[in-house]
Design a protein around this ligand. Structure first.
Ligand SMILES: Nc1ncnc2c1ncn2[C@@H]1O[C@H](COP(=O)(O)OP(=O)(O)OP(=O)(O)O)[C@@H](O)[C@H]1O
Ligand SMILES: [Mg+2]
Length: 509
């Protein structure tokens, strides 16, 4: 016969194929708003939900009411009319029970008077669509992560620019706080100081989040860091009715760590605990413990509170970037993300445990270097030695107000201080006078800190040992490599004036 059927093929071979095919097969007429069916195989009935005993004429997949989107029918029909065929054309059709499925249609069509004669093969691709949609969602999330990373970059740039003005605000507030002030003024000053500290914290968070913070590690006594951190919160805790119970082990081994970063972690844990407790019952009891585990050679620090605790499903999310349950403006949701990053960068870890209603407990674990604190500490800081009369410091800083604040503080501490507004002036000063310590900004107009360093290295190498650089965000820049290479002391902006004095004392010691 004309179809080319082999003589040995049984008469009913095509019928068997039609009946058994795992694709929907359709032959019929499709008009502008109606359709008629000549043949529909069992698989077609299956995917669209028609029972076996429904008459073929009733199985009408291309009726207008089967289309989820009526416009999709119009364009399907006009494509068939125009091209005489469609390949893998996607349609969203309604099954008999009303649920929607994705159907891929390959068909050819011949024009009749006012309709089309259509032969179509139809496939249910709902599952495949679902997978594709999931893949798209994953892709979307990935690009979201990229966007966040880009945002992080931008923010860290902004953060960097904020460092100088912030350093100035903090330094001036710290200076003013040392004066005799009336109550109202001290309260206002406190507010300025707290707000600036908070802004500085956000800046630090953003920088760490963008992995941009330069780290300088030394051997650190974790108990010291904990006490320094508590000192920062002492006032707030007192007025807010937060009681602290300290159980810090004496003679803990030191850890090799960046004390600023560890303080950042602890500060966030302490503030989180305060928020949780005060939010829940307007008062709180915070336990701070530290201990050494010799088997693991680790130092552990625990901050626990008697707040509301953290439900298990929330625990899974608290280390995620930007996860916060705090009101807009109260939390950025970066605190624990940063803590996690810092713990891991130090070869340690941070973990949480909490019984709902029974408070939360965070444990920071850091590998110890195996060295022990020399003397059991009685006071947290050694009494500052007198600065010998005639000890001379040079403060090189292009931010006028900041430079003045640093200079004045050093004067108060007993230094004789000269000021230079940039590297050029600094060079001129060092040529006429001997300095015991030089505090120098890194980024300055004309001659910057690095050039100044090079000049000293060439003309008075001993002086390079007396340099303390102060700088904004350095990571990823030339400055980072420079500080690494030069081995100079340095402080990140914004800094505390007392840290400048402490470092200056160390340099002259
Ligand atoms: N001690 C705690 N008790 C109860 N919930 C806590 C505690 N510590 C953290 N959380 C929960 O974890 C969330 C995330 O904490 P995280 O420190 O990362 O961000 P944040 O404190 O909300 O904002 P940020 O630290 O950036 O200012 C908090 O919003 C809070 O829901
Ligand atoms: Mg926090």
């Amino acid at each position: 016969m004309a179809s080319g059927r082999h003589p040995s093929l049984p008469d009913d071979a095509f019928f068997h194929l039609f009946e058994g095919l795992r694709e929907g097969v359709y032959i019929g007429l499709i008009g502008a708003d109606s359709s008629a069916t000549f043949a529909a195989n069992p698989h077609l009935r299956l995917i669209l939900g028609w029972a076996e005993d429904v008459a073929t004429s009733e199985v009408r997949p291309f009726e207008a009411d089967r289309f989820v989107d009526p416009i999709a029918r119009d364009s399907f029909v006009s494509l068939l009319k125009r091209d005489g065929a469609v390949h893998d054309h996607l349609l969203r059709l309604r099954r008999v029970d009303g649920t929607a499925v994705w159907i891929e249609v390959t068909a050819r069509a011949g024009p009749l008077a006012d309709s089309l004669r259509v032969e179509a093969v139809m496939r249910d691709v709902t599952e495949r669509k679902k997978l594709e949609d999931q893949a798209r969602e994953v892709f979307h999330q990935l690009s979201q992560a990229e966007k966040l990373a880009a945002l992080g970059q931008t923010m860290s740039g902004v953060a960097h620019e904020l460092n100088n003005p912030l350093a100035t605000v903090l330094a001036c507030a710290e200076r003013l706080a040392g004066r005799q002030l009336d109550d109202q003024t001290s309260r206002d000053l406190d507010a300025i100081h707290n707000a600036a500290e908070r802004a500085a914290r956000i800046v630090r968070n953003l920088q760490t989040f963008a992995r941009k913070r330069h780290t300088t590690r030394t051997m650190v006594d974790i108990n010291h860091v904990m006490r320094d951190t508590l000192a920062l919160r002492a006032y707030e805790q007192q007025v807010a009715n937060v009681v602290i119970v300290e159980a810090l082990a004496s003679a803990l081994p030191q850890v090799f760590a960046d004390p600023h970063q560890i303080q950042q972690v602890l500060l966030n844990l302490v503030i989180n605990a305060e928020h949780a407790m005060l939010g829940a019952h307007g008062r709180g009891l915070m336990m701070l413990r530290s201990w050494h585990e010799p088997e693991r050679d680790a130092v552990l620090l625990e901050v626990s509170d008697d707040g509301p605790g953290i439900p298990e499903d929330v625990q899974a999310k608290i280390f995620d970037p930007f996860f916060t349950t705090k009101a807009v403006g109260k939390g950025t949701g970066l605190g624990l993300t940063v803590a996690y990053a810092i713990a891991h960068e130090h070869g340690g870890r941070i973990s949480v445990s909490s019984v709902p209603g029974g408070g939360a407990s965070f444990v920071l674990e850091l590998p110890s270097g195996g060295t022990h604190v020399r003397a059991p500490e009685s006071s947290s800081a050694p009494p500052a030695a007198e600065v010998p009369v005639g000890t001379r410091a040079l403060v090189v800083e292009d931010e006028q107000a900041l430079g003045e604040a640093v200079a004045d503080t050093l004067r108060d501490a007993g230094f004789e201080v000269d000021r230079a507004a940039d590297g050029e002036e600094a060079i001129a000063h060092t040529q006429t006078r001997a300095y015991d310590v030089i505090i120098c900004d890194l980024k300055m107009p004309r001659v910057d800190g690095m050039e100044f360093f090079d000049h000293l290295a060439a003309t008075a190498p001993a002086l390079t040992k007396r340099l303390i650089f102060v700088t904004g965000d350095v990571a990823g820049t030339e400055a980072e490599a420079f500080l690494e290479r030069s081995g100079c002391h340095w402080l990140a902006k914004p800094f505390r004036l007392r840290d400048v004095v402490r470092l200056a004392r160390e340099v002259i010691a």
